[in-house]
Design a protein around this ligand. Structure first.
Ligand SMILES: CCCCC/C=C/C(=O)SCCNC(=O)CCNC(=O)[C@H](O)C(C)(C)COP(=O)(O)OP(=O)(O)OC[C@H]1O[C@@H](n2cnc3c(N)ncnc32)[C@H](O)[C@@H]1OP(=O)(O)O
Length: 300
């Protein structure tokens, strides 16, 4: 019983599960213990599924900045796939358990001074994570509680709805050009589907990191809320999305996303070849090395 009470305190502090649809509003109701299912298989990502509500909370917990390493991406794709196959799951909220950062994007170390074989494996994992999340039939909501550059922005853009902390110090965007690299066409397609052609053109060329208010203005995020309310607001938004019959919403989602997914499916191998030859170039390796140095200097 004491362990149940300890757990109870944890859930009440999180304020997450008690906000979800289907909750009777009582904090720490014991029913949560019966309905909460832990999915997590390792330490980088924690997933809890509430079988009362059908809503899973996926929390990134890979210090220092939730960078998307090969291991992280593999774990991410497995978790999304597992939830996809679980008929009791209807929606997924994706957020970060770390302060100030949602995700720092692709792990630059995976693209720096590695073998071509490694680049192939890494890029396949990036593609796979995108296919799984962008193609998910579940309602997906990003609760963006920190900085979200590049690959972090991509994950958020794959979701159906984005809620960001209104902290003006947090930014989000595809900033690849600032690193001297180029976002692939399917990153571009994903952004274009969210904010349109013109804003994507500006955002991509400039490698723009939008502040939270700027992101709201251009439609890159749908809502700004106080930082401590990001996840509870995502839960509220989720209940609205779940009020729509699944089959109708899923077919509508698929209708909107299929052409974009098919485009990468048709060019999957070419996209890998392109990534490997681009990343292996001396000039690109130099740019990545300088960028890592800049990050380190900024820190000291
Ligand atoms: C070639 C084809 C195109 C491929 C498409 C590429 C997509 C990408 O996603 S590329 C990655 C782009 N990401 C970024 O530009 C983000 C860089 N990071 C930051 O701006 C900041 O770290 C932050 C705002 C996310 C967080 O700031 P802060 O809390 O101040 O943390 P630090 O900057 O001190 O970083 C701590 C630690 O983490 C290392 N690090 C940060 N980002 C990455 C990363 N993306 N990959 C690998 N490592 C990263 C940083 O260097 C620090 O390391 P140490 O100094 O060794 O502690």
């Amino acid at each position: 019983m004491s362990s149940i009470l300890r757990r109870c305190t944890k859930l009440t502090h999180s304020g997450i599960l008690s906000m979800l649809p289907g909750s009777n509003g009582r904090s720490c109701a014991l029913q949560y213990f019966a309905s909460e299912k832990r999915y997590s298989t390792s330490s980088k990502i924690k997933v809890d599924l509430d079988s009362n509500t059908g809503v899973a909370i996926m929390q990134f917990q890979s210090p220092p900045v939730n960078s998307l390493s090969l291991d992280f991406l593999t774990e991410f794709a497995i978790n999304i796939e597992k939830l996809e196959l679980d008929r009791s799951c209807r929606g997924v909220i994706i957020t970060s358990a770390l302060p100030k950062v949602f995700s720092a994007g692709l792990d630059i170390l995976e693209m720096y001074q590695k073998s071509p074989e490694h680049y192939v494996e890494f890029w396949k994992a990036v593609q796979e994570a995108w296919f799984k999340l962008y193609g998910s039939s579940k309602v997906t909501i990003a609760a963006i509680n920190g900085n979200s550059p590049a690959g972090g922005c991509l994950l958020a853009m794959c979701c159906d709805y984005r809620i960001m902390a209104e902290n003006p110090r947090y930014s989000i965007g595809l900033n690849e050009t600032q690193l001297g690299i180029v976002a692939p066409f399917w990153f571009k397609d994903t952004m274009q589907n969210v904010v349109g052609h013109r804003e994507t053109e500006k955002g991509l060329q400039l490698g723009k990191l939008y502040t939270a208010p700027e992101a709201l203005k251009v439609g890159l995020v749908d809502e700004l809320v106080p930082e401590e309310k990001v996840v509870s607001s995502a839960a509220e938004a989720m209940s609205k999305w779940l009020a729509i019959p699944d089959h109708a919403r899923q077919l509508s989602k698929s209708m909107m996303r299929k052409p974009t997914i098919d485009r990468l499916l048709a060019a999957r191998e070419a996209d890998i070849t392109n990534f490997v030859s681009f990343t292996s170039k001396d000039s690109i390796q130099k740019s990545l090395g300088m960028y890592m140095e800049m990050l380190k200097k900024r820190r000291s």
